[in-house]
Design a protein around this ligand. Structure first.
Ligand code: NAD
Length: 388
């Protein structure tokens, strides 16, 4: 998680712009929620709802802001002009919601809080569409859908896109291929060693199975549930190492698929890989500084908001005018490869970290659309889905 510490107030005082922030502390249900809409230049904000026991309201809000900004970048890159979504006139801005507290397991209380939260989403009238994130489930989305239509991430039988993890893992594989081509001049995993941090996770395990099928040599590490990690390691023939030893494994690709912030001052000097490319969000503890540190060590780092966009692309396809189609969604997930080639090419030409290039491409896209909208006097999101 972000190092809030002394900088918390500074962060809240920063002049960074956010389009809209809604904070509700509802005494009746005990719901404490913030919704941050970062930018809707490209379309209505799309982003998950995180339900997590942040120690303070300020920490919840600061993390909410950071997550919302990441969604803007992720969607600006993911839904490029060449995608099925963009060609159908659908694109998205970024937002995120945070419910502060331990997610309650009491069924009635959970329903009451989710319904109160859904009413907040409904009041935003389509400026923000939400789906599943840490602490929320597909079942929660079904509960909320009864109150507001601005919910995605529903099960297949309700016309939804279901669990985003397979699409996320699929996108990571395409992103890794772009990296392999740049570093090793091959698109094959055969004989390549990949170290997966979080091998038992939803994304990590799907990734491990796919890479094993493609002939990769695997190393893995797990979290508290070591038996789950051992089980998947045995299944895919991976060597399982203790959590803190994953960093110094000799490998071609280090894939962070557990928590955020695992690439930092302590771990980057220990890495013995040529590429870091994984599914975890916010892998870099201090994004620009640690992206530069990896770059200076000659390690190609795939920015998280580029490479792990598969899940949100899949969810976004629920809002395609033709309805959700896995075939269409996965065609767009595959574009992660093309985006990666562009980012890596520019990074090499300009000798700057891919992270810096990816941020610039996302910001340029938004700036361009903003400028056109100003010239055409268009106000508000370009596209608002009529039904979800
Ligand atoms: P998950 O909870 O299923 O998996 C995380 C795994 O990491 C768990 O098995 C956990 O035990 C393990 N873990 C925790 N600490 C660890 C440590 N120190 N060392 C090794 N393993 C550790 O979550 P997930 O859905 O697979 O998501 C993984 C990451 O990918 C998260 O950062 C998430 O935000 C990001 N992400 C996921 C999706 C998705 O579609 N699921 C989409 C985008 C980004």
């Amino acid at each position: 998680m972000t190092d809030f510490g002394k900088t918390l107030v500074e962060r809240l005082e920063s002049r960074e712009s956010f389009e809209r922030m809604v904070i509700v502390n509802d005494e009746r249900t005990g719901l404490e929620v913030s919704v941050v809409i970062h930018d809707t230049t490209l379309g209505p904000a799309l982003g998950g709802t995180r339900w997590y026991p942040f120690p303070t309201r300020a920490e919840a809000l600061v993390d909410n802001q950071r997550l919302a900004r990441d969604m803007t970048y992720k969607l600006a890159l993911a839904v490029g002009d060449d995608t099925e979504l963009a060609q159908a006139g659908v694109s998205f801005g970024g937002g995120k919601a945070v419910i502060r507290g331990q997610p309650t397991q009491d069924k009635d209380r959970r329903k009451e809080q989710l319904q109160a939260y859904a009413a907040v989403i409904d009041s935003l009238a389509g400026r923000f569409v939400t789906s599943v994130d840490v602490g929320t489930s597909v079942e929660d989305m079904i509960t909320m859908k009864k109150v507001t239509k601005w919910v995605a991430g529903l099960p297949k039988e309700m016309g939804g896109s279901d669990d985003p993890s397979p699409a996320t893992a699929h996108g990571v594989v395409w992103g890794m291929i772009a990296c392999l081509e740049a570093v090793f001049d091959t698109d094959s995993f055969r004989g390549k060693t990949v170290a997966i941090q979080g091998i038992a996770g939803k994304v990590g395990s799907i990734l491990a199975r796919d890479l094993a099928r493609q002939g990769a040599i695997l190393i893995g590490s797990g979290g508290v549930n070591q038996s789950a990690a051992q089980k998947i390691a045995t299944e895919v023939g991976a060597k399982l190492v203790p959590p803190d030893e994953i960093y110094e494994q000799q490998c071609d690709v280090f894939a962070a698929c557990a928590l955020g912030g695992t690439l930092n001052d302590n771990t980057i000097p220990r890495l013995r890989c040529r590429i870091t490319a994984g599914g975890a969000n916010n892998q870099l503890w201090e994004p620009t500084r640690h992206a530069t540190m990896l770059h200076d060590r000659g390690i190609l780092h795939a920015p998280a908001f580029w490479i792990n966009g598969g899940g949100v692309i899949n969810v976004a396809h629920e809002l395609h005018p033709g309805g959700y189609s896995q075939e269409r969604a996965f065609a767009d997930v595959k574009k992660i490869y093309d985006r990666g080639k562009t980012i890596i090419d520019i990074s090499r030409k300009e000798k700057v970290p891919p992270f810096v290039v990816a941020v610039r491409l996302a910001e340029d896209r938004i700036r361009k659309v903003k400028k056109t909208a100003r010239e055409e006097h268009v106000d508000g999101p370009r596209h608002r889905p009529s039904a979800v």
